[in-house]
Design a protein around this ligand. Structure first.
Ligand code: ACO
Length: 377
């Protein structure tokens, strides 16, 4: 049998429709439910964008207030979830902590049902589950960072909205509005990106009629890899290795001679620039000015211009977000969990969409193993 035309990595394959977001590589644009992501980042709180992804429309004032009230109700972690996180060895990657905590929240959902036949849930139940995870993830991420630093957990504050409360629970200080704004923008930019690896994983799991929590747990596993979400963490390791802008050229000479991938650059879909980078770079510039760290921007610019000049490969969102999160004070290991907190909105919107028009996702493969043979008797 001749080998069929195999699309390794499903590159270029259109597997389904979606009304959630549109990535246009020709114009380097990204729309969430029709709205340009940079407009949303400039004007909306993250909660409103979460609502948009789930419902298809931006909320009015009453709808936003209702979502915010529900989000506040589900912010605090139960003792069981804290205990489960504490069981994860401190040496483990925090993504393992996040995956474990989400799994336990799912197992403890009183409406999840004991039968696999009830597992999928109605659209309303899935929306409730999505909001529960959206609300709990900041506490999970903050708890993890504080645990690794040997600090006591901090309870959420009802007077703060999502982004400000997230920073409060992580650092225990009243966050500066400049920092809250930059952080809010990063959450919006990370929220959704069509059929990327983790979202597709969530859709595959949903397609078997499994439950939303299982889909999110699987998506977290996919996001952990350095070719996907793990790249924001890897960018900081690169910055640490290089040290300062004047070291970029010799560092890059060596890295490229060793055929290393430069994390934070390149994208499967965007080949001439990631639509989210200019917005995140502007947020990074604001943070650089706020914290008075011009050397961060110098290193950023030097590596970008040298690498683009040599390879014609452009930065992706992880490139500006890594140093931005570092300036805010997040530990490098916390960066990918932050991506989870943002992307859970997109994942769960896709779970609801997939469940609403489901077809089991089950591609074919071309067998190239040994010909038929038999056990010798
Ligand atoms: N550094 C060095 N070379 C690169 C890079 C990079 N970051 N990205 C692509 N290339 C090169 C590859 O080596 C390959 O060269 P070759 O044809 O000579 O072998 C060519 O460009 C094509 O690259 P592929 O990896 O085949 O392209 P693909 O579309 O599969 O990869 C990917 C996209 C995985 C994102 C890749 O660019 C990469 O590994 N980047 C680094 C990791 C990263 O930043 N991931 C974040 C993704 S975006 C996000 O999650 C927010």
């Amino acid at each position: 049998m001749t080998e069929p035309d195999i699309k390794k990595g499903l590159a270029g394959v259109v597997v389904d429709t979606t009304a959630i977001s549109k990535v246009n590589p020709e114009t380097n644009s990204l729309l969430y439910r029709g709205y340009p992501v940079q407009e949303l980042a400039a004007t909306q709180p993250f909660e409103a964008v979460a609502y948009l992804l789930w419902h298809g429309e931006l909320p009015d004032a009453a709808q936003l207030a209702a979502l915010r009230a529900t989000e506040r109700e589900h912010r605090a972690l139960s003792e069981n979830v804290r205990a489960a996180i504490d069981l994860v060895p401190l040496e483990a990657h925090p993504m393992d902590e996040v995956r474990t905590a989400v799994s336990l929240i799912g197992a403890s959902d009183p409406h999840a049902g004991g039968s696999v036949l009830d597992a999928g849930g109605s659209p309303e139940q899935n929306l409730e589950r999505a909001i529960r995870l959206f609300a709990a993830l900041p506490a999970i991420v903050a708890y993890g960072q504080r645990r690794r630093r040997g600090e006591q957990p901090i309870e959420p504050r009802d007077d703060l909205d999502y982004s400000a409360n997230f920073l409060w629970m992580t650092f225990g200080e009243d966050p500066d509005p400049v920092v809250v704004d930059a952080f809010n923008r990063s959450m919006i930019l990370y929220a959704e990106h069509s059929f990327n690896a983790s979202t597709f994983t969530a859709r595959v799991i949903t397609s078997t009629l499994s439950d939303l929590y299982s889909a999110v747990v699987g998506a977290i596993g996919a996001l952990k890899g350095p070719l996907h979400g793990g790249a924001n963490e890897a960018v900081l390791h690169i910055f640490d290795e290089i040290g300062e802008a004047s070291n970029v050229v010799p560092w890059l000479d060596e890295a490229l001679a060793e055929k290393r991938k430069i994390m934070g650059f390149g994208h499967r879909v965007y080949k001439s620039g990631d639509s989210r980078v200019p917005t995140m770079k502007a947020a990074l510039d604001t943070l650089v000015a706020h914290y008075d760290k011009p050397e961060v921007a110098e290193l950023y610019d030097a590596l970008e211009s040298e690498f683009v000049a040599r390879k014609g490969i452009y930065p992706n969102l992880d490139y500006p977000s890594g140093p931005a999160y570092n300036l805010i004070g997040f530990d490098t290991l916390t960066f990918t969990p932050l991506f989870v907190a943002a992307r859970v909105t997109g994942w769960t919107a896709h779970v609801i969409e997939q469940a609403g028009a489901n077809a089991l996702i089950r591609p074919l493969s071309f067998y190239d193993g040994p010909d038929e043979r038999h056990v010798e008797s």
